[in-house]
Design a protein around this ligand. Structure first.
Ligand code: BEZ
Ligand code: FE
Length: 286
């Protein structure tokens, strides 16, 4: 038995060779190989790895039912978005996907097509229209469109303790027979990811900002099609080129138009200026 660094790496990789599950074996052997290569490349010291272990421990301690600091770590290291991009159906002509993020809830209120889902959220009025279709261009009727977004103060309803179980700037809408949907909401603003935990410390100590460019989240599901998890970003946002979770794709930047007070596209009359945005979503067949 030799104790050269390479011999230790080889022994650690070989220790998984009898794993029954071939995929688990592949993942564990590759993980050890790359973890050891990282330590060798950086000549990682024991004190530095102990600091790393303390960081991971603090990350675990920051997690509870509503806060998942490990997902935030995966997001800010670009790993979440790498996996999305690797497995995305967009290569077959579908709308590009992006990260789900931590603010989706399974209880968005079902609302009629054309509703106002803002429910008192602060911000300028925004009217969103969209269409959901297949890669062959057929309208997808009765698709479910799950929408959630931050308000003008950069906060999601779930981040406001005063709202408890009330839902704001969040809703579930079904497309009509032509695959169309519409809703009123508020203009989203850029916001920082949570910075009061170890991931925030990591961003601060490495000179990274914590901001995400303004966006609206969509989870669209239609029978016979792969669910699409994506966002639409606000054009012109100062963080489009430096999203802290690397989630921006140029095809997902929407055109937001401002209008003076008056008649809106749904026939309602607005006594203040408002915004509109229109987008066509394409879903990949299963
Ligand atoms: C979000 O867009 O909601 C989000 C995504 C990743 C990390 C934090 C927030
Ligand atoms: Fe978000």
């Amino acid at each position: 038995m030799t104790f050269s660094p390479q011999a230790i790496t080889d022994a650690a990789i070989a220790s998984f060779s009898k794993a029954d599950n071939p995929r688990l074996k592949q993942i564990m052997q590759s993980l050890v190989k790359h973890l050891h290569a990282f330590a060798a490349e950086t000549q990682l010291t024991e004190a530095e790895w102990m600091a790393g272990i303390q960081f991971l421990t603090a990350t675990g301690h920051q997690c509870d039912e509503v806060r998942q600091e490990f997902i935030l770590l995966s997001d800010t290291l670009g790993l979440s978005m790498l996996l999305v991009a690797m497995h995305d159906g967009a290569k077959h002509g579908a709308t590009e996907a992006t990260v789900l993020g931590p603010f989706h809830t399974p209880d968005a209120p079902p609302l009629p097509n054309g509703s106002d889902l803002s429910n008192g959220a602060p911000g300028e009025a925004l009217y969103v229209t969209g269409r959901v279709k297949s890669a062959q261009g057929e309208a997808l009727a009765h698709a479910s469109v799950d929408i959630w977004q931050a308000d003008a103060e950069g906060l999601y309803d779930v981040q406001r303790s005063e709202l408890e179980h009330e839902r704001r700037a969040r809703g579930l809408i079904q497309t009509d027979a032509e695959g169309r949907f519409a809703f009123w909401s508020v203009l989203p603003e850029a916001y920082p990811v949570p910075t009061d935990g170890p991931v925030g410390q990591m961003l601060l100590s490495t000179g990274r900002h914590p901001w995400r460019p303004a966006h609206i989240h969509f989870l669209i599901a239609a029978e016979g099609h792969q669910p699409l998890v994506t966002h639409l970003f606000r054009e012109g946002d100062q963080y489009l080129d430096s999203d802290v979770v690397f989630g921006v794709r140029p095809s997902l930047v929407g055109s937001f138009a401002h209008h003076a007070a008056g008649k809106a596209p749904d026939g309602s009359v607005r006594d203040q200026g408002f915004w509109t945005m229109d987008y066509e979503f394409v879903l990949q067949a299963v």
